[in-house]
Design a protein around this ligand. Structure first.
Ligand code: RUQ
Ligand code: CUA
Length: 655
């Protein structure tokens, strides 16, 4: 063990030295290279990028939208974290989206976006992304680029082997990273082995509206389920999960979970389990989790607490679950576009191991077993092995495919992308990354139809690549051209948070469907005012509802009197505009929340609890017109017991 560590350390220091002198060389020969690279990423002012890239925000909890090849940032879509810029998680309408069984959770760690597919090809309808910390799966609607649904995953912890979709988006899958007692209970941590369990959750996706519903959870042994990939094409109907910590250690995992020579890839025949479940299989288990849905017509989210989940014991469904031995603490689990090859990247392994789906079926059929774990058959390693890429680099993490029979694997420790050939396993090219690449992404590179023009590397360390910004420096992505035999580094660009995975897609699959406005007629918000004539202020005890509208360049009403200290004032603000790109904002002095940013045709609400008597202004926060600065108003606040009558007006004095 110690020797292995020593040799890794030695190779790492050699490779660091190698990388830095490489670095020096490439900056000398910069000239010709960089001008052709510049042309390849230059998108002229007013022109559009060829691809969208949805890059996870990692510990920012969000999802950032970039253009490729330019690397320009278009939008940060708030998903799991509150975002004051967009009022997400601050306005009354979106707060329910962040509700969980632990209450309102305004943050998460977002890792793996995946775009919906039809017949194994990206269809551009939704992008799913996982929250790790308080296990959740979110769905973003790609017509509005807004989070429209979040489902909590019960009996899970560190929701990491998530959120991946099957060939026809029948399921989005979420696997637990940490094994935990299921159901949770007060037991000694040292009782881990055998008592802790790992659940894999299969969330059914409604083909019409994308509605999510946990169809079943599979109660697996207490390993750590790290990454996942659906079968594609010929292996459609199966799902693959890498595991580590098959040692079932609960402490000092860096040593104790690196003991076994091989961990497993779990192969799950989800079609078989679905059939079992459809025939009444599985047991309903009491639990508690939130299912939150945003409605584009009411412009509001609702949160429903669900009280049970269908639990499936893998031993009750013979032939549905197998383990494929895979060296050594595998991280990435990637299936090639044909569905034949299952690539497991052992972080501590010298080789990249590739399993064959055909051989796997044969091994199952002929019961070529090497044993079992908790009753689940372990297939014989040699009988499922397709081949191995010999010593391609150090610390392999993830693999993507170009659809031309090539695979691209990221190597964290040796800090490079290695291109190799499926079937012959020969290394074709390697390019350094700056530095310590994690995931990489080819648009469509995890589907049956990759658009193999670029690979995007997402790096964990940037050090000297950008202007320094104190101890915290930016994270970054790097774009490589992969159309030639050799990869060519084209561009570095900074990213939001720490990117993990990304999902890329040709812009043409999304652009034509992008919504420009919300139809005012379709607005079913219970507090909408659809014309200025509908605006009003209504008192109900200490609660006051203001039905307000905005249009360039005024609020209706803009003078309100009769509010009292101790009131709870709801501003329900409808943007009457029906023009593209004309949001209005509103903010109120002393309001203990963010601004609102209201899209045309939409209604949003914030709450203000005035604490002091006086006359208090509000204003529009989005520069909407030449008279934006005139877009303002006043609220008069009287003492708690005052009898100032409730009145409101626009364009005339309150009498
Ligand atoms: S992980 S850097 Cu969260 Cu996908 Cu591998
Ligand atoms: Cu409305 Cu500025």
């Amino acid at each position: 063990m110690k020797n292995i560590l020593k040799s890794i350390v030695a190779i790492v220091s050699v490779s660091i030295a190698f990388t830095s002198c490489n670095n020096g060389k490439s900056s000398k020969s910069n000239g010709a290279l960089s001008s052709s690279a510049a042309e390849k990423v230059y998108v002229a002012p007013g022109e559009h990028d060829e691809f969208y890239a949805f890059i996870s925000g990692g510990f920012s909890g969000q999802l950032a939208v970039y253009g490729l090849p330019s690397g320009r940032l278009f939008k940060v879509i708030p998903v799991f974290s509150q975002d004051a810029e967009k009022a997400y998680g601050y306005n009354e309408e979106t707060k329910p989206l962040l509700n969980t069984s632990y209450g309102f959770i305004p943050w998460d760690d977002a890792h793996h976006p995946d775009i919906s597919q039809t017949n194994g090809v990206l269809d551009g309808r939704w992008v799913f992304i996982n929250g790790n910390n308080t296990p959740r799966i979110a769905k973003v609607d790609l017509t509005t680029f807004e989070t429209t649904e979040i489902i909590e995953i019960p009996n899970s912890a560190g929701n990491h082997s998530s959120s991946y979709v099957t060939d026809n988006t029948e399921y989005v899958v979420a696997g637990t990273r940490f094994a935990v007692p299921v159901p949770q209970q007060d037991i000694a941590i040292k009782e881990y082995k055998g008592k802790f369990k790992g659940t894999l959750s299969f969330i059914k996706v409604d083909p019409d509206d994308g509605g999510m519903d946990i169809k079943f959870q599979l109660l697996m042994p207490g390993f750590d389920y790290d990454k996942a990939h659906p079968g594609r094409g010929k292996s459609d109907g199966w799902f693959f999960f890498t595991t580590y910590n098959t040692e079932e250690a609960s402490t000092l995992l860096e040593v104790n979970a690196s003991q076994n020579d091989k961990d497993f890839i779990a192969a799950i025949n989800w079609r078989k389990i679905e059939e079992y479940v459809n025939n009444g299989g599985g047991k309903m288990m009491p639990t508690n989790y939130a299912h939150n849905v945003y409605d584009d017509q009411t412009h509001s989210a609702t949160s429903t607490m669900k009280k049970e989940v269908l639990m499936v014991d893998p031993l009750e469904v013979p032939g549905a679950v197998y383990f494929l031995p895979t060296p050594k603490s595998p991280h990435g689990c990637d299936v090639d576009p044909t569905g034949e090859y299952i690539v497991g990247s052992g972080k501590l392994s010298a080789n990249v191991t590739v399993h064959s789906f055909t051989k796997m079926l044969d091994a199952i059929e002929n019961e070529k077993f090497a044993g079992e774990a908790y009753g689940i058959p372990i297939l014989n390693f040699e009988d499922v092995l397709a081949g191995a890429v010999e010593q391609p680099g150090l610390g392999p993490l993830h693999t993507e495919f170009d659809g031309e029979g090539n695979a691209y694997t990221s190597f964290f420790i040796s800090s490079e992308i290695v291109k190799w050939k499926l079937g012959t396993w020969e290394v074709l090219d390697r390019q350094p990354s700056f530095y310590s690449i994690g995931h990489l992404m080819i648009p469509g590179g995890n589907s049956q139809k990759p658009f193999g023009k670029y690979v995007l590397g997402m790096n964990k360390i940037t050090k000297d690549r950008y202007l320094p910004t104190g101890p915290e420096v930016t994270q970054s992505a790097q774009l490589y051209d992969i159309t030639g035999d050799k990869m060519q580094l084209l561009l570095d660009f900074p990213t939001v948070g720490e990117p993990h995975y990304a999902a890329g897609i040709p812009a043409d699959l999304i652009k034509p469907n992008s919504k420009k406005i919300f139809n005012l007629e379709d607005n079913n918000h219970p507090y909408a005012a659809k014309t200025e004539a509908d605006t009003k202020v209504v008192r109900d005890g200490k609660t006051v509802h203001v039905y307000m509208t905005t249009i360039r360049s005024h609020f209706a009403p803009d003078n309100i009197e009769g509010i009292r200290v101790g009131d709870k004032v709801y501003f329900h603000v409808t943007n009457l505009e029906q023009d593209y790109d004309v949001p209005h904002g509103i903010s109120m002095i002393g309001a203990n929340t963010s601004e609102l940013l209201i899209m045309p045709g939409q209604t949003e609400t914030f709450v203000w609890e005035p604490k002091q008597v006086g006359v208090w202004p509000f204003y529009c926060t989005d520069f909407c017109s030449a008279l934006h600065q005139e877009m303002q108003g006043y609220v008069r606040v009287s003492p708690e017991n005052s009898s100032t009558p409730l009145k409101w007006s626009l364009g005339e004095d309150i009498e």
